[in-house]
Design a binder for this molecule. Structure first.
Ligand code: FE
Ligand code: FE
Length: 279
């Protein structure tokens, strides 16, 4: 009797929760409204410290992949302890984000390489475990060595970047030639470029391209930097755009059951990667 009474009282509440609308697409990546204070601080440090010199130094340090030998699932499990300070939408561990992205791609019937890309796209955040600060691991990426677009998130925070004092870096094309292609452009250092080095010999070209530029929102969302793009970049853009909707809109507080999904994803990883790869 008492149980029935409690259920009766709570029923309207359950119905109300069930009818709550899902998060609307325009409410993602709202940097003005986010209640995560760490986001602005991360971009303050990122926009001061990402310079041509810094990027070249990090590329040199990591391009040889001499840090570690690890399996892809092993990396995903390590990342489960990491929460991304740059993300205004999600404060859940990275393995949750990896599985939510991959599952959304799988549900829409996309090829296996794209499901795998969804699963591993943020594994470059391993940089965090090589003692890199969050501002050198996560957040949107952008070219260095040429003028910063004002469409980059928190663009006002570039005011204290030392590259502003080098006039060569501050023209539209900077140190590059028009339409040289993004592979000739130095991007701010972070998990995208690093993971590209790790996986490029194992995955189809589109997958490697998605991984390398998935945080370059000024390119794939704002259509900036058109003067640096090659024909090849314009062809590849559709893949990055397709991927982005899964990366962004699959984020939700609903947690996937890791143990249930693990066998499927371990098999998928084994189709493309050896047991251990160089990091
Ligand atoms: Fe990412
Ligand atoms: Fe992501």
């Amino acid at each position: 009797m008492i149980v029935m009474k409690i259920v009766g009282r709570l029923l309207p509440l359950f119905l109300w929760i069930a009818w709550l609308p899902a998060k609307q697409q325009e409410n993602y990546r709202d940097y003005e409204q986010t209640d995560r204070a760490c986001v602005q601080e991360l971009y303050r440090l990122n926009h001061i410290n990402q310079t041509v010199d810094f990027v070249l130094q990090k590329k040199k340090e990591y391009a040889s992949l001499a840090k570690s030998q690890l399996g892809m699932w092993e990396v995903l499990e390590k990342l489960n302890k990491l929460v991304d300070d740059s993300d205004p939408d999600l404060d859940l561990p990275q393995l949750v984000h990896a599985l939510q992205t991959a599952e959304a791609i799988r549900k829409d019937g996309h090829p296996r390489w794209l499901i795998l890309t969804g699963l591993i796209h943020d594994c470059g955040k391993m940089l965090f475990y090589f003692d890199e600060p969050q501002w050198a691991v996560v957040g949107d990426t952008f070219p260095v060595g040429c003028a910063f677009s004002d469409k980059i998130v928190h663009a006002n925070l570039f005011a204290n970047n030392p590259d502003l004092n080098n006039p060569t870096y501050q023209t539209l094309t900077g140190i590059y030639t028009p339409h040289c292609g993004l592979n000739k452009v130095h991007m701010s250092w972070g998990h995208d470029e690093y993971l590209y080095y790790v996986v490029k010999d194992y995955l189809p070209e589109q997958a490697a391209y998605i991984i390398r530029y998935h945080s370059f929102y000024a390119f794939h969302k704002e259509n900036e930097y058109a003067h640096l793009l090659s024909e090849h970049d314009r062809e590849m853009l559709k893949w990055v755009k397709l991927f982005n909707k899964y990366d962004l809109y699959s984020k939700s507080p609903e947690q996937p059951v890791v143990t249930a999904l693990k066998p499927y994803y371990q098999k998928l990883i084994a189709e493309f990667f050896p047991k251990k790869i160089a990091w």
